[in-house]
Design a protein around this ligand. Structure first.
Ligand SMILES: Cc1cc2nc3c(=O)[nH]c(=O)nc-3n(C[C@H](O)[C@H](O)[C@H](O)COP(=O)(O)OP(=O)(O)OC[C@H]3O[C@@H](n4cnc5c(N)ncnc54)[C@H](O)[C@@H]3O)c2cc1C
Length: 328
């Protein structure tokens, strides 16, 4: 199945605890800009148990209309099938979703239904006549590749932090409720078990402050300093793959190529060497502070501020100073 004469941009607005996730709001702002240049519209598609509030926020963030489907369904296969029904009905030329874990699961399945090309982890989008040019990182972010998809629709997942959100409080837009039924016999995925740790995954993609610990933290006891610093900064804990393999923190905290792509305002890397596979997941951060005892560690190449020292000595000092400032 493929579309012809597609028009408008459909943004899949993922939600968490009833509200759109930050990267989805960023995409809506970019979609608004792209659509306005062509005299087209932005349609937000929301699949959630109670999507009404999220729909209002999506409109304020740039959507001209929000299409909502009330559902508690969590299986990516079913969510992709639901979105496909909306794409069939609203015939967008472009479908965008955040490159979150859910976006990465759902979007390629959606693209496959329309035999459409799917650009992943997009960092920029330019309109070029009737086509869009998607800038995507390849080889762990060492090369930026421009991709053009000659399909209807074109489908893309967008990396968090690539665009800035823009909220126009009180903006009005049409909210349309759709009912989409996906017959159970057409679904191959059955949920056998939900693993608690993964289901209560930390929301790294939306965090303003991330404090990440790497192998250099040395032990689970020392890693507690990373949590403490995150707490005093009002942030969340990230980790490199070795720190997770050592079981100092859960898998949902992993930042990097095979973890989460993050773009907080502040990223503090403690005992992290700066391997390409890690850096490709955090290079979009606004301000990077690195603490490493090796002055030649590659993490310093991407850091705005580098502290050469033993993290076990530097972190307690930082925590103490920040506490003092907050109490003052
Ligand atoms: C296909 C693939 C995918 C991968 N995906 C990911 C991914 O998503 N995320 C990820 O993180 N990695 C990923 N990796 C692993 C990656 O290649 C690196 O091995 C990893 O990022 C290194 O983690 P690290 O910096 O914690 O450890 P190390 O590279 O061992 O660095 C530890 C650092 O701590 C410093 N240090 C030691 N003691 C102290 C101290 N007391 N105080 C301060 N500094 C200290 C050292 O100088 C060193 O620079 C992937 C690898 C592959 C092959």
């Amino acid at each position: 199945m493929s579309l012809t004469d597609g028009k408008n941009i459909l943004v899949y607005v993922e939600t968490a605890q009833g509200a759109p996730v930050g990267p989805a709001l960023e995409i809506l702002a970019k979609a608004k800009e792209l659509a306005a240049a062509k005299g087209e519209e932005v349609i937000a598609a929301i699949l959630a148990e109670a999507p009404e509030e999220a729909a209002k926020t999506a409109v304020e963030a740039g959507a001209d209309q929000a299409v909502i489907v009330k559902t508690a369904e969590s299986r990516p296969e079913v969510r992709a099938a639901m979105l496909a029904k909306l794409v069939e009905k609203y015939t967008p030329s472009l479908v965008l979703a955040a490159a979150t874990q859910e976006g990465k699961d759902v979007t390629p399945l959606l693209a496959q239904k329309f035999e459409a090309g799917c650009a992943v982890d997009v960092m920029n989008i330019l309109a070029d006549g009737d086509q869009y040019v998607f800038t995507c990182p390849v080889y762990g972010g060492n090369i930026l590749n421009d991709v053009v998809l000659h399909t209807q629709p074109a489908v893309a997942t967008v990396r968090g932090g690539s665009f800035s959100k823009s909220i126009e409080a009180g903006k009005a837009g049409k909210i349309i409720e759709e009912t989409v039924e996906i017959p159970e016999e057409s679904v191959f995925t059955k949920i056998a078990n939900v693993v608690k740790e993964i289901s209560e995954a930390v929301n790294l993609e939306d965090a303003d402050v991330i404090v990440t610990g790497g192998r250099g933290m040395g032990s689970k006891e020392n890693f507690a300093l990373v949590q403490e610093l995150a707490d005093v900064c009002g942030g969340v804990v990230g980790a490199t793959r070795p720190a997770i393999e050592e079981e100092w923190v859960g898998r949902s905290h992993q930042v990097g190529q095979s973890g989460k792509i993050v773009a907080p305002k502040l990223y503090i890397a403690c005992g992290v060497s700066g391997a390409t596979q890690h850096v490709s997941g955090m290079i979009g951060s606004g301000y990077i502070i690195a603490i490493n005892k090796d002055e030649d560690a590659p993490i310093f190449d991407v850091a705005d501020v580098g502290i050469v020292g033993d993290a076990m000595k530097v972190l307690p000092l930082l925590i103490e100073e920040i506490k003092k400032i907050k109490e003052a």
